[in-house]
Design a protein. Structure first.
Length: 596
């Protein structure tokens, strides 16, 4: 028998013997069991998900999007003048350059790898020294020509380096789109000519170009607004290709081709006077925005519309001939502090939000055609002394007459249904306010801080005297509430220290926190039987309050409702009133003592 077989034989015999011993061991006792445990399986490392923290690599800040397995560059530390964006970091491809990644850096050139697929001009915001962009050969997303960044097919101009020293640039005819902000903060460009392929000039395309004086539209441009070159404060001239079918220019001013609409009047076009040509029906939004030269405008009787922000922030002092204007847009004359007079023509139906905010006008006389006054339409017009509102007015917007501190008299017309928040707030000379029955919606703080106001009458259409409605009206002595008021809200008459007379109609069910706080002249109050709760501090520190006629259905008087009412001596209770059924909170010691 071979040695190998002998070995096998002895191995088998040994195994049999071992099994026999295990079976017979214990001699009639319970058989033991041997348990064999396999070694633990090593846990696999979990793949990270989500977004990593911001990390650093060779001057670049970045984070990893583990879900899409890509790197997003978020910043650069200016460590090198010539920034070469890496194609990979930690085996992840760099695909995106985030907005503001190079903002305010002093980088001179930037090289973009083939892996980058996402980037906007805002990546290079305020880079005044950046002269050229280079794109690695083989990129399927971007290309560069003479330092200017385009998409790979050359059809979109993505970014023109702000520090590129050329003074003139012509957009190639092959370009059909220019990104918004593409030329932002250009330092040296004085003239830009758009090629024949460009149809739309987006807002902010030429934002903040420091030297730009002329912008020439190509033959295909059919869409542009005054905001295209917003912030380019030296711009004096628009010119238009003679084959353009949408626009024309005259003396630097851009019009639609029919010359019925002024698109934009360059911000630095000098001259203090301008006559709008006959036939113009509209001055477009932002058309004269922040022009600091023009002071006098003469408009034709064809003009019907003045767009949003059309004259905002200009030096305009006079506008004459506006006899046919029916539309005044939002903020149309905002911050025209030199404008002291505006004659509203019959036919105007709406005064836009903030239309005359912070102007120098002294009187407001609106025609009967006006049905709506927008939010803050005349706010902060510090020189206004008189207001005449039209009979057909229906809506007074929030803050419409905010801070008109010289107006003493105001009549709210009988057709008004809505008065917005703080509509009459800060009118510190206003003596009397009558809210007609037609008003069903009156906002918060409606007459906040009107320190000369002595009497108020609220009509039968109002259901809530809202939060802080007459807060701080320190001269307010008399208030008449309409018979529909259900709730007097938080701080409605807070600090009305002269208030001595107010009726609480039977419709009132709730008096909220601090509603009459520090109404120090109020001698007595009669609460309607429908009032079930008087809230926190409602009559606190009403130091002259001597008598309270308690409602029959009162269930709760919250903490400090009558705290500091040092003159309180008489609480009139309805017949059969059960004091023990009322939950009286802390800080009402005087009231509790009287009730026993």
């Amino acid at each position: 028998m071979s040695q190998k077989k002998n070995t096998l034989k002895y191995t088998i015999l040994s195994a049999v013997l071992l099994v026999s011993l295990l079976v017979v061991s214990g001699c009639g006792e319970k058989k033991q069991t041997t348990t064999f445990k396999l070694p633990d399986k090593q846990e696999e490392t979990e793949k990270p998900t989500g977004i990593s923290e911001v990390m650093e690599y060779k001057g670049f800040s970045y984070y990893i999007n583990y879900d899409s397995e890509e790197i997003i560059i978020t910043g650069y530390d200016d460590s090198e003048d010539d920034a070469k964006i890496p194609s990979q970091i930690d085996n992840y491809a760099v695909t995106t350059i985030a907005d503001a990644a190079f903002k305010n850096t002093e980088v001179l050139t930037v090289t973009i790898p083939t892996t980058v697929t996402n980037m906007t001009p805002l990546a290079f915001e305020q880079c005044p020294f950046l002269t050229a962009i280079t794109v690695a050969e083989g990129s399927k997303s971007f290309s560069a020509e003479d330092g200017v960044l385009y998409t790979a097919d050359g059809k979109t101009l993505v970014y023109y380096p702000a520090g590129k020293t050329d003074t003139e640039f012509t957009v190639p005819d092959s370009v059909t789109e220019i990104c918004a902000n593409a030329f932002n903060y250009s330092v040296y460009l004085q003239k830009v000519t758009l090629g024949s392929g460009v149809q739309e000039v987006k807002d902010y395309t030429f934002f903040g170009c420091l030297a730009l004086t002329e912008l020439r539209l190509g033959s295909s441009v059919n869409q542009i607004t005054a905001m295209a070159a917003y912030g380019s404060d030296l711009l004096t001239t628009y010119t238009v290709d003679e084959d353009n079918a949408s626009f024309t220019a005259d003396s630097g001013v851009l019009y639609n081709v029919q010359k019925t609409r002024i698109i934009t009047y360059p911000v630095s076009l000098s001259g203090t006077k301008f006559t709008v040509p006959a036939g113009v029906t509209e001055i477009a939004a932002y058309a004269f925005y922040e022009n600091n030269y023009i002071t006098d405008i003469s408009v034709p009787d064809t003009l019907t519309t003045i767009g949003n922000n059309a004259f905002k922030g200009t030096a305009l002092a006079s506008i004459v001939g506006n006899t046919a204007v029916t539309g005044i847009g939002d903020y149309a004359f905002r911050d025209c502090s030199a404008l002291t007079e505006f004659i509203f023509s019959e036919g105007v139906t709406r005064i836009g939000d903030g239309a005359f905010y912070n102007t120098g006008i002294t009187t407001i006389n609106l025609p009967n055609s006006v049905t709506e006054i927008g939010a803050y339409a005349f706010a902060d017009c510090a020189g206004v002394t008189s207001i005449t509102l039209p009979a057909n007015l229906k809506e007074i917007g929030a803050g419409a007459f905010y801070n008109l501190a010289l107006v003493q008299n105001l009549t709210v017309p009988a057709k008004v249904t809505t008065i917005g928040d703080a509509a009459f707030a800060g009118m510190t000379s206003l003596v009397s306010l009558v809210i007609p029955d037609s008003v069903t919606d009156m906002g918060e703080s409606v007459a906040y801080g009107d320190t000369a106001l002595t009497n108020v009458k609220i009509g039968n259409g109002i259901t809530n005297v809202d939060d802080n409605s007459f807060y701080g009206c320190t001269s307010l002595a008399s208030v008449t509430l309409g018979n529909s008021v259900r709730k007097i809200d938080d701080g409605a008459f807070y600090g009305c220290s002269a208030l001595s007379s107010i009726n609480i109609p039977d419709s009132v069910t709730l008096i909220r926190d601090y509603a009459f706080f520090q109404c120090a002249a109020l001698p007595q109050i009669t609460l309607s039987d429908n009032v079930s709760k008087i809230c926190y501090g409602a009559f606190a520190e009403c130091t002259a309050l001597a008598q309270v006629n308690m409602p029959a259905n009162i269930k709760r008087i919250k903490d400090h409702a009558f705290d500091g009412c040092t003159a309180l001596s008489n609480v009139v209770l309805p017949e059969g009133f059960d004091v023990d059924s009322v939950d009286i909170g802390e800080g009402n010691d005087i009231l509790t003592a009287i009730l026993g």
